[in-house]
Design a protein around this ligand. Structure first.
Ligand SMILES: Nc1ncnc2c1ncn2[C@@H]1O[C@H](COP(=O)(O)OP(=O)(O)OP(=O)(O)O)[C@@H](O)[C@H]1O
Ligand SMILES: [Mg+2]
Length: 339
C-alpha cells in the first residue's frame, strides 16, 4: 500500500508512535473525556473489561473525572461474562487544562489475577505436599525403625523392606502428581492426558487401604473401562476418597466402583460409615474444612476437587441417608469403552 505521509512530518510521526505505544503497552489504558466518553482505549483495557464503558461506571476513573481524585493502585474486581472475576489494580488521575479545569481523566489497569493465582497455587502446593507426603513418610520411618530394632527373621525383614519399597513408590507417584497439579493450577501446563484403565486402578487403591478390621473392601468395574486423564492425578484422587472411607468407617463395607455413564465414566466410593451430616455436606470440599474432630487437616477432599477441575472431572456427594457416597465423573477414553 502506498504511504501518503510526508517523511519529514514530525508531528504525524509522533502521533503514530504515540498510538502504537498506547496500543501495545502491557497495561490497560483508558482516557475519558468530559461526560465519561472514552477517547482512547488500548487492547489490554479491552481484554480486561470487554466493554470500555464498564471501566468508567462507578470506578476510580469516574472519581478522577468528577471529583479530581488521584487514585493510586486501588484493587478492584472485574466481573467477566461467564462468571469469572479478574483482580485488577487501577491508578487514575484527572487531566487539567491551563485554567485547572478537568478536561479528561486517564487510568491504567494491571491485571493481577494471574499473579494472584500463582501465589495461591504456590501456597497450596506447599500445604498439599506437606499433607500428602506425611503418611507414606511416617510408614517408611516406622518400618525402618522396626528393621533397626532388629527384625531377625528373613520373612520379617522382607515384609518391612516390602513396606518401605511400596511407600517409597507411593511417594514417587504423589510427588509427581503434586507437581502436575501445581503446573495445571498456575496455568503453565495442562496435565498430560493418558488412557487410564479403571479396574486395575481401583484394585491398587483398594489393596493399599488399611480399613478397620471389621470392614471389607469390594471392587466392581467392567474390565474394559478406561478414562482419559492424568494417571497420577486420577490415582491420587481415588486414593484420597478411599482413605476417607477407610478412616471414617468402623464396620461394614467400602465399595470402589467404576461404571460407564452417558459417555463418561463414574468412579463411586461408597462406605457404611457414619456419613457426613447433611448440613455439613456443602462445605466438605473447602480447604481445611473438617467435620467432627478427627485426625487430618480437612485437605483431602479439596485436593480431589482441584484434581477434578484440572482433568475435566466432576466431584459430587450423594444425598445418601446412610454412609457416604461420593462420585468422581471423568471423561471416558472412548476407544476402550466401545470395546
Ligand atoms: N467417607 C466419609 N465418611 C464420613 N465423613 C467424611 C467422609 N469423607 C469426608 N468426610 C467429612 O468431610 C471432612 C473433610 O474431608 P477431607 O478429606 O477434606 O478432610 P479430612 O479427611 O478430615 O482430613 P485430611 O484428608 O486432610 O487428612 C472430614 O473431616 C469429614 O468430616
Ligand atoms: Mg481426608
Amino acid at each position: 500500500m502506498e504511504d501518503h505521509r510526508e517523511p519529514d512530518d514530525g508531528s504525524e510521526h509522533e502521533q503514530v508512535l504515540l498510538e502504537a505505544v498506547i496500543r501495545q503497552i502491557p497495561v490497560g489504558l483508558i482516557v475519558v473525556g468530559p461526560g465519561g466518553t472514552p477517547l482512547a482505549v488500548n487492547d489490554e483495557a479491552r481484554r480486561i473489561f470487554g466493554d470500555p464503558q464498564m471501566a468508567v461506571r462507578d470506578r476510580p476513573l469516574t472519581r478522577a473525572l468528577a471529583f479530581g481524585d488521584t487514585v493510586s493502585a486501588e484493587r478492584i474486581e472485574v466481573d467477566r461474562r461467564g462468571g469469572a472475576k479478574l483482580l485488577v489494580e487501577v491508578s487514575a488521575t484527572p487531566v487539567r487544562d491551563e485554567s485547572g479545569e478537568i478536561v479528561a481523566a486517564v487510568a491504567t489497569f494491571h491485571d493481577l489475577t494471574q499473579r494472584d493465582e500463582h501465589e495461591r497455587a504456590q501456597r497450596d502446593f506447599i500445604t498439599n505436599a506437606a499433607h500428602e507426603l506425611q503418611s507414606p513418610l511416617a510408614a517408611i520411618v516406622s518400618a525402618s525403625d522396626v528393621l533397626q530394632a532388629g527384625a531377625k527373621e528373613t520373612a520379617d525383614r522382607d515384609l518391612f523392606l516390602g513396606h518401605i519399597e511400596r511407600e517409597a513408590g507411593r511417594l514417587t507417584h504423589l510427588v509427581r502428581s503434586m507437581l502436575t497439579l501445581a503446573r495445571a493450577q498456575t496455568g503453565r501446563e495442562a496435565p498430560r492426558a493418558e488412557v487410564v484403565e479403571v479396574e486395575p486402578l481401583l484394585r491398587e487403591v483398594a489393596s493399599d487401604l488399611r480399613p478397620a478390621q471389621e470392614v471389607t473392601i469390594e471392587v466392581s468395574c467392567p474390565p474394559s473401562l478406561a478414562v482419559l486423564g492424568n494417571a497420577d492425578l486420577v490415582h491420587h484422587a481415588v486414593e484420597n476418597l478411599g482413605r476417607n472411607a477407610a478412616k471414617f468407617t468402623s464396620r461394614g463395607t467400602i465399595k470402589l466402583e467404576g461404571r460407564p455413564l452417558d459417555g463418561s465414566v463414574e468412579i463411586v466410593v461408597t462406605d457404611t460409615g457414619p456419613g457426613i451430616p447433611r448440613e455439613l455436606r456443602p462445605r466438605v470440599f473447602e480447604r481445611f474444612y473438617q467435620g467432627a474432630a478427627g485426625e487430618g487437616f480437612g485437605l483431602g477432599l479439596s485436593i480431589v476437587q482441584s484434581i477434578a477441575d484440572a482433568i475435566g472431572g466432576e466431584l459430587s456427594l450423594d444425598d445418601a441417608d446412610e454412609g457416604t457416597v461420593i462420585r468422581l465423573r471423568l471423561p471416558a477414553a472412548a476407544s476402550l469403552v466401545m470395546e
